[in-house]
Design a protein around this ligand. Sequence first.
Ligand code: EPU
Length: 414
Amino acid sequence: MDDAIIIKGGKKLNGEVRISGSKNATVALIPATVLADGVMTIFDVPNISDVGALITLLNELNVKVTRKANHLIIDTENIKNVTLDHEAVSKLRASYYFMGALLGRYKYVKIRMSGGCYLGPRPINLHLKGFEALGATVDYDDGYYIIKADELIGTNIYLDFASVGATINIMMAAVFAKGRTVIENAAKEPEIIDLSSMLNKMGAKIRGAGTNEIVIDGVERLHGCNHEIIPDRIESGTYIIMAAACAEKMRIVNVIPQHLESLLLKLEEMGIKMNIGIDYIEVFASKNLKGVEIKTLPYPGFATDLQQPLSALMTQAFGVSKVRDTIYPERTKHLHELALMGADVEKESNSFTITGPTPLKGTTVTATDLRCGASLVIAGLLASGETIIKDAYHIYRGYENIKEKLKSLGADVE
Ligand code: EPU
């Protein structure tokens, strides 16, 4: 079957897996390169389809991109600010970071509406409010945003919600704005710190990333630099949960454990045995797992991106587990698929419960979105018999070489 991952479950996983560079950092860093005059080299770029789509968009802008092993060399010398109407825009959410980046550089951007996983409504009002506060006007016409300004002037911007995307887009729009921009109630995710550190290496003056107040003093120009992307905390979390579900002993390397504290504490509460190193985590086979309650919150709270993978493990825990996703309350499509495999799930108005342990049985399921796909991979590894995960393209958007990584751990995957 095309575009399906087929897993024969029940195998114990063993060995080591290396975590790739962070998807959600990469998808901000790539658009940010258009702010540079000069050559940028970015290391540990994951080979995932979202990166492919962003490279297509850089090429549309006449930016030269060379991939060597896992790094990208990006040369903006002949960049042209054309309308971004390529279908790649609608393949992912993060194409909208070209709004902030091109507005910042050219004071003008025309781009079609971006796409990405459906997780319920995903408005961008806070991004647009930030651009307007800097002096831009925003028009939406026939599927295209046109955002322009005579000049961008630094100001104080308060975000009603600490949105990751709005924080990143406003940072990029503000790097060349006159004077000082202060983003209050900014998002604190590690990917924002990574973007800030790359922009500062390029010559920007940004302080406070990682706190709820980010201060940006406008500069005249930015130059090229070298930058290595942080490890992907969501891919790390996914493999840690997978190990908790089906490993004898697994070592997950190239991780930053501090980025995963809320997950690691929950896993400990469930009874998972782990050894947490400086840049690695070992997970050991654990018995008699206990159900837990989680509530997803902005970083450093429990990540919404990990509630779906954790749901698969919850099916194996004794008692009732409860999940409340306050970021995306409608991020529950995985429940229908897990139920097809035998999970005991119940949706409530703004939460859901999983009662376990229940044996899972392989069947045909659909990856309705990226992290639903990750959840089904874990469920498939746990299940008896064969699990066919359709629409696996969602999974390749965010997990580099997932089949190869799983095979090297001893999984039976095609
Ligand atoms: N929101 C608004 N208005 C806005 C922006 C956001 O109301 O203008 C709301 C959203 O509807 C949502 C909440 O604020 O309820 C959080 O949205 P946020 O802007 O923080 O998320 P995002 O930038 O759209 C990024 C990640 C997501 C991750 C969230 C939360 C990228 C490309 N995406 O999305 O990652 O779930 O932050 O941490 O960085 C994934 O990797 O699977 C994924 C979906």
